[in-house]
Design a protein around this ligand. Structure first.
Ligand code: ATP
Ligand code: PRP
Length: 224
């Protein structure tokens, strides 16, 4: 029986932006998750399938070997911690993981327009932060010597400071349109975010012959 390969992806921008990379590896999904309620999507290869999971669940599926590889944002990977995962290296940049250059955005601190963030974020000050990224936020403010109360949210972070739930947010910004529409402004850059390929540590050894051509095809098809 041939070995089976399972790739974990999330719906939406990651799936859409991964399609050209899959195509470069000769993998074509049989349908798009947006048009289907199916969570397991076959491909043109009888032994390769996709599983569609929440973006923040991709590392968990790969960690436990329920998927052999997956694509996840750096934001999600930092929050997850990376246990049981390996990230193929970029052969062109020494010691750097392969950056797929998709779903690019920035992790930022944002506040209501006019809020005096410089004064409120001095060492020793205390801030209330609403975020989906408690580990990233805690580490960022600890490095600044600012005390924080972190309120974990699962989406629509921009609402929190508008209704008094928090002083500021730590969230992803791309065009800046969501901040602008809610009278918020970005005041601090925390990290540049894009997506990474993650591979189950055991699968990298036991399924190397199947995985390696896919990793190489992805690496060769990264948008410049
Ligand atoms: P979940 O379903 O777990 O709540 P999510 O809603 O954040 O996750 P997506 O919106 O599909 O899932 O985002 C997937 C990834 O895309 C994020 O982890 C991040 O790396 C990146 N991303 C998020 N927002 C943007 C954006 N506005 N522009 C570009 N990339 C983004
Ligand atoms: C992300 C992020 C911001 C928005 C920023 O949300 O959480 O709300 O994108 O993008 P912009 O700067 O281009 O406006 P997303 O679209 O993923 O929605 P969700 O997190 O609520 O799923």
């Amino acid at each position: 029986m041939p070995q089976q390969l399972t790739i974990a992806l999330s719906k939406g921008r990651i799936f859409e932006e991964t399609l050209p990379l899959l195509a470069a590896a000769g993998i074509v999904p049989s349908e798009a998750p947006e048009n289907s309620r199916k969570l397991i999507i076959p491909t043109n290869h009888p032994n390769i399938r996709l599983v569609i999971v929440r973006a923040s669940d991709v590392p968990t599926y790969v960690q436990y070997g329920a998927a052999d590889l997956g694509i996840a944002g750096k934001d999600v990977l930092i929050e997850h911690g990376g246990e049981g995962l390996c990230q193929p290296l970029d052969l062109n940049i020494a010691h750097q993981p392969l950056d797929l250059q998709i779903a690019k955005c920035r992790m930022m601190v944002a506040v209501p327009q006019g809020f005096d963030y410089a004064a409120a974020s001095q060492p020793g000050c205390r801030l209330r932060i609403a975020t989906k990224y408690p580990n990233i936020a805690a580490e960022h403010f600890a490095a600044k010597g600012v005390h924080v109360d972190i309120i974990k949210l699962y989406g629509s972070m921009e609402l929190a400071p508008l209704v008094g739930l928090s002083d500021c947010i730590v969230d992803l910004v791309s065009t800046g349109n969501t901040l602008k529409a809610n009278n918020l402004e970005a005041v601090e850059h925390i990290a540049n975010i894009s997506s990474r390929l993650i591979v189950n540590k055991a699968a990298l050894k036991t399924k190397y012959a199947l995985l390696n051509p896919i990793i190489e095809a992805f690496a060769g098809a990264i948008p410049s």
